[in-house]
Structure formats: structure tokens, C-alpha cells
Design a protein around this ligand. Structure first.
Ligand SMILES: *Cc1c(COP(=O)(O)O)cnc(C)c1O
Length: 378
């Protein structure tokens, strides 16, 4: 039993094993970095740390884009940052809607005054090049295509290779949500021609929530520079943010106080990613996904999407199992968190995240053993 805390008692949160859709397990190294002395946000030492963080982000995004930095806020701030900067009222855009996050992208872009043509697919399905081509045939004035690389609500993995050629031939931009793929799945911003991309700190990067890495390429910059209207958001206006993040040297411009200690944590988390190496990291995620998949299927459990992510495993709740009771027992008896179904999948699916530091043999075998017990299948 947990003790009731009084207002003077120190915090004593349980050390859960976070195997849900995020946040993911945070390595001690990252937690220690959080506790380093707070510098001023214009201190040359801090500026150097921020520059290193942005450089590490370029490596992890696999891009040369100068305009690559962590937006203050969680993944949704990254989504909103792309939308408000790249869209002007009256623009036509196409958004792939096959889950909760595609739906949110559509709503946010509508909020920016765009006419959004939703390209729909079933929950768990992904979009083919032919479907995307046909959408541009129907909507030749579309100026942007928004896609979710890793749809965390369904576990579907959207292939991105080859899409940019089609999008660019139409004079449009390719904007990608990589919140649950960056640092876990192969993602090549430059090679795949992605014009703008955002992620979140607490998924495959294993940092606490609070920062949203973003990157904008030349085409996206040109689009922003050609705007006729002001960006609706003051806080997320990249034309102002870039004066701080890529201002260079003493010309750094105060916009808002950067979250200093979170930057330390993100830098540490990115160092861990690069120490392992991107290719080895993708391979590890693939292997751990396959190990989990074999185990789940042996228990008679099946996947929701045809093309599953490695980082997020969305499975059907088996007949007769009590959704909430199973998750409560995993939490109370095993200290393991997994995710419930989101949106229309609520009560129908469980989501098991194997993200970065969480994607280990030990964790895979532990969740399989716990599920076997809790489901009474062993
Ligand atoms: C988690 C997630 C987000 C939102 O991130 P928050 O950090 O919760 O704001 C956006 N898109 C996808 C695909 C996600 O998985």
C-alpha cells in the first residue's frame, strides 16, 4: 500500500516500468543531467550546450537543416509549431487521417484557417503512394501534405520513402509527425525529402516530457519567408524563435526563457542515442518488437495494424479479458504501465511501447510473463 503524503513529505513516486505509449523509461544519466546547476539562458555556457543539443538533433533527424531545435512544450507543441508557421488562412492542405494523431493534425490545421482535405484510411492502415497521388489529383491546389510516421493510437507504421518526390512535383511541402519514431525507427529527413518534422522528448528519446524537437528545411523556410499573414501564435512563431536558437553568438535574442535543465536532459538523452548509433538502435527496436510479437502471438494475442511499428505494439484485447482490471493488475502487482486504447480503440486495444531504453530483452520477457499470469494463460 502506498502511504498518503502530507504537504511536507518528500516526493516518493513509484519506479514504474513504463511500457505504454509514452512517457518511456528515463535512464539515470538523463535524470542526473536534469539536476545539474541551472544556468541563465543567455549564459555563453548554456548557449554552447544548446548549440550542441541542436547539432545532436540534426544527427538524430539525419538532416543538415540549420533550423533544427527543441520547441518548449511537448509533442503537441511541435505539431502546432509546424502548422502555425507553414499554413496561412485559405491554404488547401491534405492530411492523412488514420488515427488520433492524424485527426489532431487535421483539427489544428483547420484552426490555422486551412481547408483540410482528409485522406482517410482505416484505423491500423497506412497510405500508399497511389492513394497520395490520387489525393493530389483531386486537390491540385494542396500546398502541404501532413502524415504521421508512427500513429501511436493504432501502432501503424507509415512508409515515407518516395512520397516527397510526388509532393514536391506538386509544389507542396511534406510535413511529418515523428513523435514515436525519432530515435527508434529509421527516419531520414534529408534523404526522404521531408520539409518539416517534429517529435517529442518522452518517447524513443527517453527524456522526460517537455521538449518537442523540430526541423525545417529550405522549402519550408521559403514558405515561411513568403507569408503574407502573421503567424497566429506568438509563442511558436519560428521567425522569432530562430533569432534565439540559430541566432549565433552575442546576437542571441530573448524570446522566452529556454527550459534550461530540460535542455541538459535532452542533450544527455541524445548523446545516449548517438553512442549506441542510429543503425544499431533501429535494429534493436526491430529485434525487441519481433521478440515481443512472437511471445504475444504464442499467448493467442493479435496485432491491430498490418504494418506494425517496432516502438509501439497495439494489440486486440482478447475476448473475456477485463481491460481496466488487467492494466490495474499489471500496475499494482508488477509495477508495469501499458497503454489503454485511444479514441475509438478505447476498450478494444492495449498498447505496449518498447521505446529506446525500454526496448530490452528483460522488459520484453517481463511483460510477457506478467501478461501470461494476469490473463491466466500459463
Ligand atoms: C505522443 C504523440 C503526440 C503528442 O505528444 P505529447 O507529448 O503528448 O504532446 C503527437 N503525435 C504522436 C504520433 C504521438 O505519439
Amino acid at each position: 500500500m502506498q502511504q498518503t503524503r502530507t504537504s511536507q513529505a518528500p516526493l516518493y513516486p513509484a519506479e514504474r516500468l513504463l511500457l505504454g505509449p509514452g512517457p518511456s523509461p528515463v535512464p539515470l544519466r538523463v535524470l542526473r543531467a536534469l539536476g545539474a546547476p541551472t544556468l541563465g539562458h543567455l549564459d555563453p555556457q548554456y548557449i554552447a550546450i544548446m548549440d550542441e543539443t541542436c547539432e545532436l538533433l540534426r544527427q538524430v533527424f539525419r538532416t543538415q537543416n540549420q533550423l533544427t531545435f527543441p520547441v518548449t512544450g511537448t509533442g503537441m507543441a511541435g505539431m502546432e509549431c509546424l502548422a502555425v508557421n507553414l499554413i496561412e488562412p485559405g491554404d488547401e492542405v491534405i492530411v492523412g487521417v488514420n488515427g488520433v494523431f492524424g485527426t489532431r493534425m487535421k483539427e489544428i490545421m483547420e484552426g490555422c484557417g486551412a481547408t483540410v482535405h482528409a485522406l482517410e484510411a482505416g484505423w491500423g492502415d497506412v497510405f500508399t503512394l497511389e492513394q497520395i497521388g490520387a489525393a493530389f489529383e483531386r486537390h491540385p491546389r494542396a500546398r502541404l501534405l501532413g502524415l504521421v510516421h508512427a500513429e501511436t493510437s493504432t501502432g501503424a507504421h507509415q512508409p515515407l520513402d518516395g512520397i516527397a518526390d510526388l509532393v514536391h512535383a506538386r509544389g507542396a511541402l511534406l510535413a511529418v509527425d515523428a513523435v514515436t519514431s525519432l530515435g527508434g525507427h529509421d527516419l531520414r529527413v534529408d534523404e526522404w525529402g521531408i520539409d518539416a518534422c517534429y517529435s517529442g522528448s518522452q518517447k524513443c528519446l527517453n527524456c522526460p516530457p517537455g521538449l518537442a524537437p523540430v526541423t525545417f528545411g529550405e522549402r519550408a523556410l521559403a514558405r515561411m519567408d513568403a507569408r503574407k499573414t502573421r503567424v497566429q501564435s506568438w509563442y511558436l512563431d519560428v521567425s522569432q524563435l530562430r533569432k534565439y536558437y540559430v541566432g549565433g553568438g552575442p546576437s542571441r535574442f530573448y524570446h522566452h526563457t529556454a527550459p534550461i535543465n530540460m535542455t541538459y536532459a535532452l542533450r544527455e538523452a541524445l548523446l545516449i542515442v548517438m553512442e549506441e548509433g542510429l543503425e544499431s538502435r533501429y535494429a534493436r527496436h526491430q529485434q525487441m518488437h519481433q521478440r515481443l510479437r512472437r511471445g504475444l502471438e504464442a499467448l493467442g494475442l493479435s496485432y491491430v495494424p498490418k504494418h506494425s511499428l517496432y516502438t509501439l505494439n497495439c494489440i486486440h484485447i482478447p475476448a473475456g479479458a477485463d481491460d481496466a482490471a488487467v492494466r490495474r493488475r499489471l500496475l499494482e502487482e508488477y509495477n508495469i504501465e501499458i497503454g489503454a486504447g485511444l479514441g475509438p480503440m478505447a476498450g478494444r486495444a492495449w498498447r505496449i511501447g518498447l521505446m529506446g531504453h525500454g526496448a530490452t530483452v528483460r522488459n520484453v520477457d517481463l511483460i510477457l510473463a506478467a501478461l501470461r499470469q494476469v490473463l491466466g494463460r500459463g
